[in-house]
Design a protein around this ligand. Sequence first.
Ligand code: SF4
Length: 433
Amino acid sequence: MSLTPAPDQKSAGANSPAPRSAADPRPGLSGLAEGVLEAWLAAEGHPAYRVRQIRDAVWRMNAQTADELNTLPVALRSRVGETFRVDTIAADEVTVADRGLTEKTLHLLSDGALIESVLMHYPARGFQSVGRPTHRERHTLCISSQAGCAVGCPFCATGELGFGRDLEAAEILDQVRHAALRLADGGSGRQLTNVVFMGMGEPLLNLDRVLEAVAALADPRRFGLGARHVVVSTSGVVPGIRRLTQLGPQFTLAVSLHAARDPLRDVLVPLNRRWPVAEVVAAARDHARVTGRRVSYEYVMISGVNDTNADADALGVLLRGDLAHVNLIPMNPVAHTPWQASSPDRVATFAARVRRNGVGVTVRANRGQDAGAACGQLAANRAGEPPAGAVAHRREVIIRQSEAALRGARNTEMPADLQEAVADPITGRGATN
Ligand code: SF4
């Protein structure tokens, strides 16, 4: 099946449409809240044990059609298929990179929206003698929480697409089920070991659906993944972080920081214009203190923009003494920016300066360079090249803004999309904060 973007995703950007819902009104089976299936089966006159049969088909067999619910009587299978979507993803297109270690998947949803997930394989290593490796084999899936994104970080292909809509819990979870099915293909016995919410979208602007998905991932009757194996990232939705803190430790929190100084972060992460660095880090610090869980700080390394010694020192001082760890990630090239990744030497120097402050740092390898590595790149490619004039204009704006930032000027103007998206930062939209 060809994967064609929904018309409004294709034209997203500065004039993104109002949020919309998936075109198919039937709820997805994997995302049903506790008790919904039980109540429906009871109302239809079926015994309670059918719940377990359906749940097992969805979560153990990763069923994708009602026909695969083969422990149910035929009539019930077809009633389930009429009432629910067994799978909310209409088609997948998988691109393999890094000699098989990275698989990027473009998923087509029922309304034509395109989202991405990335499956990364980490072979076992550290065999010092005959026996178990010091590092076990891992299979990490990076998933999307929204179609597009309103935050608009200029180094990100998703940000450039603009906001499409929030994903339903089932649309988030079906990315996981598809990857689990592919991993188990051929009876390999391989299983997902980690799930990270670092794909398309800002998870904390779709927090209710993300929390439903996390609950399903943790539930031993459904996916059964331990809280320590789930990471949810945010570009700095402070009320969302505070809500997570109240809920207690459910997963690892990652903050996409990318700059420790407000003028630069205003440009790199436009959400900073609403919640500046000090507020974001204060909320994350409280989260670490209350939950006892270390917070990860993600930092994309952009040559000549945020990788100077002054930036490294500012980052080290900002996080000194915190229960925190920094991940440095060389930027993936995207068409609409003039920026490049920092050199390996610069990344190493930067890391050393941050460590001087007692802050742990890991330098992450770039994955999927040969498969449209940047988040949103596959969907952006599918949407087609923007006109050359638009790209040139976008680059000029980014250069102008970053030069002003390097002179220390703040940019507090909120793009309209982002203004709307943060109107109710707990649920995404609606009431004002
Ligand atoms: S980096 Fe994340 S928060 Fe920023 S635009 Fe991309 S998807 Fe959105």
